[in-house]
Design a protein around this ligand. Structure first.
Ligand code: GUN
Length: 284
């Protein structure tokens, strides 16, 4: 078993971005800018947003977090997004999910300018991913593929089973891996006999948000296991796979924490830098 060290790779990518930002700031006379909107007081979201803010700060990216009251109307939120769309110092806009129940996440995401949609959740970018065209790719799926490639693991021709069909991880991961020429199957909470499917996987992407759902006997020997889960059991962070039961069986496995999570942050910085370049090159 080998560990897919997302934490280590993330550090390397973030250091490279920091160096690039230093040079770019001199050349274009301003730093990249990211606006993060957090609505309400979801504890996990607050933790994620803090991590994103810290990572930006370290990389020299200007990040500003807008903390909005949970009772704000959807129209008011959209007005905020509109003003950030117009703000020339802002290259990327991120609305942290989940949003309060009275809001329509798809509608809110569709208000972000596709050019500033560094999360890749706008239908234009979702459509581009579907078509295999260049656009912003959601950070977690992009980070997963980057991590797999870093270890020279071949994706082409492999049987990939994605467990989970969220718009943030499951669906875009499946599409990205399909574009990389894998044979992809998507399973979810209504899949009957999940084990029958996962046993066929060369690569498993666990992204169902259920603590340790993927057990030791559900995976074949020498599989590659990517765990995008972040669940708490008695205060301890665990993934969607039973790590202890699988760590000696798998060829490669991501730890939780230290696997997929740090890659998501690195890809957010990378997407923000990409949006910045598109912005500054256009206006210089
Ligand atoms: N909530 C959980 N993951 C994410 C993410 O990657 N982006 C946003 N905006 N919200 C999230």
């Amino acid at each position: 078993m080998k560990i897919l060290d997302g934490k280590g790779l993330s550090k390397k990518i973030r250091n490279n971005i920091k160096e690039e930002v230093k040079i770019a700031k001199k050349k274009y006379k301003r730093a990249p800018g990211l606006a993060v909107i957090l609505v309400g007081e979801d504890k996990a979201s607050e933790v994620y947003v803090n991590m994103k803010e810290k990572a930006c700060l370290k990389a020299g990216i200007n990040s500003k977090t807008y903390k909005l009251n949970k009772n704000i109307s959807q129209n008011e939120l959209i007005k905020h997004i509109d003003s950030l769309n117009e703000n020339e110092e802002i290259d990327g806009i991120l609305v942290q999910l989940p949003l309060p129940k009275h809001m329509d996440e798809n509608l809110v995401n569709s208000q972000i300018s596709p050019k500033k949609d560094i999360d890749g959740f706008h239908p234009v970018n979702t459509g581009k991913l579907f078509l295999g065209e260049k656009g912003f790719i959601p950070c977690t799926p992009k980070g997963i593929v980057r991590l797999i490639k870093e270890y020279d693991i071949q994706i082409k021709g492999k049987n990939v089973v994605v467990v989970g069909r969220s718009n943030i991880v499951g669906k875009p991961s499946a599409m990205l891996l399909l574009n990389e020429n894998a044979t992809v199957e998507i399973c979810h909470s209504k899949t009957s006999n999940l084990k029958e499917h996962t046993l066929k996987a060369d690569i498993i992407i666990a992204a169902c948000g259920r603590a340790e759902l993927i057990k030791g006997d559900m995976v074949k020997d020498n599989a590659i296991i990517i765990d995008a889960g972040t669940n708490k059991i008695n205060g301890k962070l665990v993934g969607d796979v039973e790590y202890e039961a699988l760590k000696d069986k798998a060829d490669f496995i991501t730890p939780v924490p230290g696997g997929v999570g740090p890659m998501t942050i690195a890809m957010l910085l990378e997407n923000t830098l990409e949006a910045y370049y598109q912005n500054v090159v256009k206006s210089n």
